[in-house]
Design a protein around this ligand. Structure first.
Ligand code: GDP
Ligand code: MG
Length: 432
């Protein structure tokens, strides 16, 4: 028998209410020992008195009967007054009456074990909890609704179908089934491969939806990089001065724009310096640029045509436009004045550049690195199966199809290793 676990499900600290959750076979019996009047029917909140060792707490209680709960077990929730001490006393009361403290993610892991959710659902919940923009939350909600899971099962079914056709051919070679089977098998596998490719290609947009866009601001000293960061954020985050070499470390700050997160990194001005600290700053600036999704190469000279040396996409920014006597030389650049806060065009351009508007209309985006890895591995295995079709080695074909099928199953968890499952659930907060 599983023991009954308890944890605080809301955030620790001062708040209007706190929710303490208990799950396990004994949950209802334990709760009845100290909460009265106990609700007469499941799924409905009831006000009552919760007797702790130190004080009586007026709280609300709701219970759920297995399997109709989040975990699939008997579950009781107490909605009590917020704050550290009240919640702590309620938890202690549960512990004294036979519950044990839950581990991180244990409620959700039980939900998985009891078939209430699959792995990608669980990852959707994590993404929703971590989401800081609506688009990130939407991607998580999509996973939770099992839209990816359903697509994966469709693809797996198709693979199983092909597999069984091939196996018939293997088992009854005398029927001379082999050649036509291989031809159609190859075609059908290629179709699955195309669908995998299509899913994989959504991961670029998926990354934007989940993490936002990393933007490095680089350029020579004093061109107004830090001023630009401040203007983009709308706050005085970075120190601005006319002294060269003011910014020495990289400074990362995020801001939401139309449901997308921009992670701006202000950097030290690029120049050769004997100062070891400044030189380190320049090294960090280059590193930030090389790992960014896009580089804003800032200049304050309208005749500057230089290109920042990086393989990352870059946009040239002519800053200090308030001082220019004529238009800057190059088109395809943005002309702004950080001093006068005239920088919206930068966000709008980046938003367009990364097709962020498509996030709203796309039904399914791959936002999770683990899912992406499974899809890519499965695709490689399918490619081997397809190649083997040409060599007409049917047993290699079936082996590779089986592998590809299994790899897809890792996404939903039907064929995931125990340690992968544990790793996913340990990312949950306590009480989830
Ligand atoms: N006129 C004008 N001055 C600016 C503008 N942006 C920045 N500056 C000034 O340029 C100097 C250097 O700015 P700062 O942001 O520290 O440059 P950084 O070294 O590239 O980070 C400061 O004196 C700013 O006030 C602008 O758009 N117009
Ligand atoms: Mg600076």
């Amino acid at each position: 028998m599983n023991n009954t676990i308890v944890a605080l499900s809301t955030a620790v600290g001062r708040a209007a209410i706190a929710v303490v959750r208990m799950s396990g076979e004994q949950a209802i019996e334990i709760a009845k020992k100290f909460f009265a009047p106990f609700p007469t029917q499941p799924n409905f909140l009831r006000v009552g008195k919760l007797s702790t060792e130190h004080f009586d707490e007026q709280a609300m209680c709701v219970y759920f009967v297995a399997p109709h709960s989040y975990t699939g077990e008997n579950t009781v929730e107490f909605h009590c007054h917020g704050g550290v001490a009240v919640a702590q006393a309620v938890i202690e009361t549960c512990l004294k009456n036979g519950a044990v403290m839950a581990q991180n993610g244990e409620f959700s892991k039980r939900a998985f074990v009891n078939g209430k959710q699959n792995l990608s659902n669980a990852e959707g919940i994590i993404e929703m909890i971590d989401a800081e923009t609506a688009s990130a939350a939407k991607a998580g909600a999509n996973l939770l609704e099992n839209n990816l899971g359903k697509r994966i099962v469709q693809l797996q079914d198709e693979l199983l179908d092909v597999l069984s056709a091939c196996e018939v051919a293997l088992d009854y070679p005398e029927e001379d089934l082999e050649l036509p089977t291989v031809g159609t098998a190859k075609q059908r596998l290629q179709q699955v491969e195309e669908q995998l490719s299509a899913l994989i290609s959504t991961s670029t947009l998926g990354k934007v939806a989940r993490y936002g866009i990393d933007v490095a601001i680089v350029g020579r000293p004093n061109v107004g990089k830090s001023s630009l960061l401040n203007a983009l954020l709308g706050t005085d985050r970075a120190i601005v001065s006319e002294i060269q070499g003011t910014t020495r470390d990289t400074l990362r700050e995020s801001v939401n724009y139309r449901d997308i997160r921009f992670n701006f990194v202000d950097t030290a001005g690029l120049r050769n310096s004997d100062d070891v600290i400044e030189a380190e700053g320049v090294r960090r600036a280059k590193k930030a640029a090389d790992s960014a999704d896009v580089v804003l190469h800032v200049t304050d000279d309208p005749n500057d045509r230089s290109v920042y040396p990086t393989v990352r996409p870059q946009v040239r920014i002519y800053n200090k436009s308030d001082l220019y006597e004529r238009e800057p030389c190059c088109v395809d650049s943005l002309v702004v004045s950080a001093k006068y806060g005239d920088v919206e065009i930068i966000k709008e351009t980046l938003y367009e550049m990364f097709s962020a508007k498509d996030i709203d209309s796309s039904d399914l985006l791959i936002t999770n690195e683990r899912h992406l890895d499974c899809l890519q591995r499965s695709k490689r295995q399918l490619a081997s199966a397809i190649a083997a079709c040409d060599a007409a080695t049917l047993d290699v074909v079936t082996d590779q199809i089986r592998l590809a099928w299994q790899t897809l199953g890792e996404i939903t968890g039907t064929s995931a290793q125990e340690d992968v499952i544990d790793r996913i659930y340990s990312k949950f907060c306590l009480g989830k």
